[in-house]
Design a protein around this ligand. Structure first.
Ligand SMILES: Nc1ncnc2c1ncn2[C@@H]1O[C@H](COP(=O)(O)OP(=O)(O)OP(=O)(O)O)[C@@H](O)[C@H]1O
Ligand SMILES: [Mg+2]
Length: 315
């Protein structure tokens, strides 16, 4: 039977990616444009799943005034589009990489979601998402959506689809964790903000992740940038280290790519080890290219072989 998968991006963006020498505040800065493309965390996940051969539906909100880039992309990729159009523009996020590889983000504001827009979205989504095997909810909330209303919607969604994958930060992360989603993948920094304390050692990260697992989250994956990721579930604790990537092009979307890989493995009932190896390789692929996606299966297989996967032994 074909499995049905959806990803939800409530606050997508056009990503304007560029590089420069050093950003000089208060000066004219000349930027080399790398790309301008329709993006958003759930959309990145959908692209990865589509490349891996999974049919995927997408939803969320788009600004009416500049939605063409998104519509073209969904048509090109043959992605089933359920986005709601709202008055205004989808925001633009500017990502600048300086010569020292430090990335600075400028996230502009975009459309605002009215109470009526939100109620329509909740009503529609609970109807069309009623038959899905896995639903990923990724990213922040746009202006106008009350985090408490977001939590209420997630409760209703979980009643229809127990396998909710959730990847967010700050107040949206707090709102979403209240429902104990099936799988989460914060990065170390997001987990530190959530727990309110620094987590410098791997042991600290594992302890904080175990606490979330005990609260009912079946799969807790914490990503650690180029150090890899840890995965805690009822069977074990694993640590996966990616192969060293000599030419890092852009780390944007590495976490989303990992989420896509995790969803693929779990959807196909692969073992936890195979799933984690695949997800780590898909994420490593993302950092070696401008955009996310898996165009070269041979490159993916080669990266999978180079992932260092181990059980984590707690002292
Ligand atoms: N330099 C790198 N080389 C190889 N793999 C990397 C590198 N940086 C990140 N990764 C892989 O990508 C995964 C996710 O990275 P990271 O922890 O930066 O996610 P994130 O901050 O959630 O990313 P985003 O939200 O921008 O998609 C890591 O667990 C790791 O496996
Ligand atoms: Mg992330």
């Amino acid at each position: 039977m074909i499995k049905k998968v959806a990803t939800i991006t409530l606050n997508p963006a056009y990503d304007l990616v560029g590089s420069c020498q050093d950003i000089e505040l208060g000066r004219v800065n000349r930027i080399q444009t790398v790309s301008l493309h329709a993006a958003g965390k759930g959309i990145n996940v959908a692209k990865v799943l589509k490349d891996l051969g999974v049919d995927v539906s997408v939803s969320g909100f788009l600004g009416k005034d500049n939605q063409d880039g998104f519509q073209l992309m969904f048509n090109d990729l043959d992605i089933d589009n359920h986005f709601h159009s709202v008055p205004g523009n989808t925001r633009i996020n500017v990502k600048l990489t300086e010569k020292n590889s430090i990335v600075t983000d400028f996230n502009f504001s975009g459309f605002e979601v009215t109470t009526q827009d939100w109620e329509r979205f909740v009503h529609d989504s609970l109807i069309w998402l009623s038959q899905f095997d896995m639903i990923a909810i990724s990213g922040s909330l746009p202006a106008g959506i009350d985090p408490n209303n977001f939590t209420d919607w997630m409760i209703c969604l979980r009643a229809q689809c127990p396998r909710i994958i959730f990847d967010s930060s700050h107040e949206t992360l707090i709102a979403g964790l209240k429902i104990a989603p099936w799988l989460i993948k914060p990065n170390r920094h997001e987990l530190e903000i959530y727990t309110g304390r620094p987590l410098p050692l791997l042991e600290d990260v594992v302890t904080a992740a175990q606490a979330l697992h005990k609260e009912g989250i079946a799969h807790v994956i914490i990503s650690l940038g180029d150090e890899g990721a840890v995965w805690i579930n009822r069977s074990s604790i694993w640590i996966a280290k990616p192969p060293i990537c000599k030419s890092v092009i852009s780390t944007v979307g590495a976490g989303d790519s990992m989420v896509g890989g995790l969803m693929y493995g779990l959807l196909m009932c692969q073992s936890n080890e195979d799933t984690f190896r695949l997800a780590t390789a898909v994420a490593a692929l993302a950092v070696s290219q401008i955009n996310v996606g898996v165009k070269d299966r041979l490159q993916l297989s080669a990266l999978m072989e180079r992932v260092d996967l181990k059980h984590f032994d707690q002292k």
